[in-house]
Every structure is written in C-alpha cells, then in structure tokens.
Design a protein around this ligand. Structure first.
Ligand SMILES: [Zn+2]
Length: 229
C-alpha cells in the first residue's frame, strides 16, 4: 500500500501536468431541471468565469492542432454538435479569443435524428451554421460518429462504417479534412483505435482520464468532464 502511494507520488513528480482537455456539451442560458440533461449544460456566464480563472492561473487556451505544446494549456471541446454551440458558445469564445473544437454527430445535422436524451427537442446544428463555423479560424470540427452509437458494441465492420461515414459526411459539408475524433460515451476498443488510425485521424479523445501529464501523449487522449456545479 505504502509502496504504491510512494510510486504514485513519484510518478506525479516526474510527470507534471501539461494541460487539460475539457469536455463540454451544451451552452444554455437556463439549465434543465433533469439531472442527466443539466449535467450536459453550462451557462455562458459560468464558462466565461471559468476561462478567466484559468487564464489568471497561467493557463493558455490552445487548439487541438497546436498539441503537443508547452503547458500549462487548456483545450476546449464540445461533443455532439448542438445549435447553441453556434449561437451562444461561439460568440463568447470569439470575444475571448479562445480556440475550440466541436465533435459532430452527423445524423444530428439539420435534426435528421433526434438526440433521444432530449426528447421532443430539435437541438442539432444546421448545415449553414456548420459551414459558418468551418470558416472560423478559432473553430476546429471533429467527427463523433453518424448515430452516436457505443462503438465497442459494434462489429469491426459496423464501427468502420460509423466512423468513416461521419468523417466523409462532415468533410462534404465543410470542405476540408476532418482530423479529430471523439468516441460517443467514451466507448471504444482496439478496433476503434485501429480504424481511427487507418482513416488518418490525428487525435481521438475519450470522456475521462483527467489531466494530461508529461509523457502521456498518445491516443486516445484523456479529457475532463467539465461540469457546472
Ligand atoms: Zn456525445
């Protein structure tokens, strides 16, 4: 027990924190009552205060394409592709000069599919909004499957279809290469990693794992589930 604790302490000393990749979902003026929705939502005011607090601590906000770079840094990411990322997060982050990544579940574009965790709501971004974001230097667009499926429940062939189609569908809309991928629910296995590699993705991210420490630069990258209290 003591040996393990010392080993862990030694590891932390020799592998200092380099940065944090934040996982966010929705930005909303008013958060939902239901816990499972509420924990996916942050207000613009809270996000701005959090960014300012990190800047005061000496963190730089960088884009995924700048990694690996000298820390301490923060990369802001949003999963799924909600319309409020365009209407609320984008103007805020633009004003603050903060780069951000949005991972798009392509069936949510133009609400072809409903996000079943928000029944009866049409929260997906439109093609036009996506194209506008593609022209914004602060914004990086990544893929997040077609149908938001748990990839580790699929066969290798089915996984390949989900991952590859989300990449090509998104590329067709934004007119540029998509190089970053996020696993829905963080779920993945070795097939997922092999497929992402063979399709040319530079990074992939999971939904947990905390800070990124020195020497931990490998896919999938860890993220911090950034929740407003
Ligand atoms: Zn997701």
């Amino acid at each position: 027990m003591i040996i393990n604790r010392i080993r862990r302490k030694l590891y932390k000393l020799t592998h200092p924190v380099e940065g944090e990749i934040w996982m966010l979902h929705r930005v909303a003026e008013e958060r939902s009552e239901a816990k499972e929705q509420r924990e996916l939502e942050v207000t613009p005011e809270w996000l701005e205060a959090e960014i300012n607090a990190y800047r005061q601590k000496g963190y730089r906000f960088v884009s995924l394409d700048e990694l690996p770079c000298r820390g301490p840094w923060v990369v802001i990411t949003f999963d799924d592709g909600y319309r409020d990322n365009y209407t609320l997060a984008y103007p805020l982050l633009k004003r603050l000069g903060v780069p951000f990544t949005i991972y798009i579940t392509t069936a949510l574009i133009d609400n072809q599919m409903e996000a079943w965790w928000y029944p009866g709501r049409s929260l997906g971004m439109s093609r036009e909004e996506l194209s506008a974001l593609a022209a914004e230097p602060l914004c990086t667009l990544g893929a997040h499957t077609v149908s938001h499926v748990k990839l580790d429940t699929l066969s290798r062939e089915e996984q390949r279809t989900e991952i590859e189609q989300s990449k090509t569908q998104l590329e067709a809309i934004i007119g540029r290469e998509v190089k970053h991928f996020s696993f829905p629910h963080g779920a993945h296995n070795q097939d997922t990693l092999d497929i992402c590699h063979s399709l040319g993705f530079i990074t992939s991210v999971k939904s947990w794992g905390g800070s990124l420490r020195r020497g931990e630069w490998s896919n999938p990258l860890p993220r911090i589930d950034k929740q407003q209290p």
